[in-house]
Design a binder for this molecule. Structure first.
Ligand code: LLP
Length: 399
């Protein structure tokens, strides 16, 4: 892979995001195979990677879309996804956004009781409810999305009040949802939370589906093992079978992974621009690059680990370096104390597993343009996004 990546760096320049659709399809198919319960409707959490060609590859495998904003709903509909396969998991949506979602005929997954009431008042006849099962998970506190500290969902103990809205209106709660956190490799907490969600679901008579959310992690660190997908698939299938037997009819199962599908498909290519070593016994060596946390914020924001390879000099003697970016902040660090084939200016580095929440979270901080993005589909190379120019950035302002 390193030769083609170097060719892409030469052809498109760096910083450059590259996605390999073969990996995306493999992950989508692995998930479909691991879950035996039917009906099963997986959704792609498109926030992880909204690149149309990437999302399209997943949709083509039968996935719907988990959307969290009007923009993501619009993206899903423009990709041709049937509105019945789009779930809009709202978070503090406005009334205007609610009106638009109803007009688009997408199901709103309510994260609060007052939103559920307003949906009912607006004449909606169907909605889902996101519950907080009070069990969280995730690779970092900032991406744990359930439990007492988080703003998401209706606390599971308030299911009576959900029922009261249902009884007092024409609205039926057709979906029972949770998403407890992101990036877990050990599924124990997830399976426990599924049990809590099902205890809530039992009290909702009009359900069509149960959605256990996303969150499946990937092995970012060299000593991480992959998540036991077979176990996750078997557990959710078993739980659904038991639940539906008691509920009296089969419900659709939904899962909505983002990272699991796309993280490993993506690489951020960046060029080393400067290497320096501070004097003294503890002097650090900094390998500075032409990208930064404006393009991949995960290391800065979550202390996340991303593999890094020196594509230009794979056989050079290893050296301990801090790989840093070109943004004017000390936290602009891709990796601390990383052993890399000694980088030299001009070397191309590949930052791995950058396909989820990489470009999706990129910004134009320091008035630096967004990078170019390309998609590999077998031998085909497609430009997914032109490199943004400074002129484009400046033209967004009123002068
Ligand atoms: N469903 C809902 C309602 C979500 O909020 C999320 C992610 C997902 C599904 C997909 O989660 P996944 O399968 O990708 O873990 N920026 C962070 C991750 C934030 C995730 C937010 N919600 C990161 O870079 O790790």
């Amino acid at each position: 892979m390193s030769r083609p990546l170097l060719d892409l760096a030469a052809r498109f320049g760096t910083p450059l995001y590259v996605y390999d659709l073969a990996t995306v399809r493999a992950r989508a198919r692995a998930l479909l195979a691991a879950v035996t319960w039917r009906p099963f409707q997986p959704l792609f959490a498109i926030k992880a990677n909204p690149v149309p060609a990437v999302a399209q590859a997943i949709v083509a495998e039968g996935f719907g879309v988990d959307a969290v904003s009007p923009g993501e709903v619009a993206l899903a509909l423009r990709l041709g996804v049937d509105s019945a396969k789009v779930l809009y998991t709202e978070n503090n949506m406005t009334d205007a956004e609610q009106t638009a979602a109803l007009a688009q005929n997408v199901l709103v997954n309510c994260g609060s009781l007052d939103r559920l009431q307003r949906l009912a008042q607006a004449g909606a006849t169907r909605a889902a409810v996101r519950f907080n099962p009070d069990i969280g998970a995730g690779a970092h506190e900032k991406i744990c999305t359930a439990g007492p500290l988080t703003k998401f969902g209706v606390h599971y103990s308030l299911v009576d009040q959900v029922r009261a809205v249902e009884r007092g209106s024409a609205l039926k709660v057709v979906g029972c949802h949770m998403h407890i956190g992101s990036g877990f490799l050990d599924a124990d907490a997830f399976v426990r939370a599924c049990g809590v969600l099902l205890s809530v679901a039992r009290q909702l008579p009009n359900l069509e589906f149960i959605d256990f959310g996303g969150g499946l992690g990937i092995p970012y660190k060299p000593d991480d093992g992959p998540i036991d997908l077979a176990r996750v698939g078997a557990e959710v299938s078993r739980l659904m079978a038991e639940f539906c037997a008691a509920y009296g009819r089969p419900l659709e199962l939904r899962l909505e992974p983002g990272r699991f599908l796309v993280a490993e498909s993506g690489t951020l290519l960046t060029t080393v621009t400067s290497v320096k070593t501070n004097p003294g016994p503890d002097g650090r060596t900094f390998a500075g690059c032409d990208s930064g946390f404006n393009h991949l914020v995960r290391p800065t924001m979550y202390g996340a680990y991303h593999r890094i390879a020196n594509l230009s000099r794979p056989d050079a003697a290893p050296q301990k370096v801090d790989v840093v970016g070109n943004i004017c902040e000390s936290g602009d660090i891709f990796a601390r104390d990383r052993m890399l084939p000694a980088p030299q200016p001009g070397d191309v580095l590949a930052i791995g597993d950058a396909g989820a929440y990489g470009s999706a979270m990129a910004s134009t901080y320091n008035t630096r343009p967004l990078p170019a993005e390309v998609v590999l589909d077998g031998d085909l190379v497609r430009l997914a996004r032109r490199r943004q120019t400074v002129d484009e950035l400046l033209s967004a302002w009123e002068w």
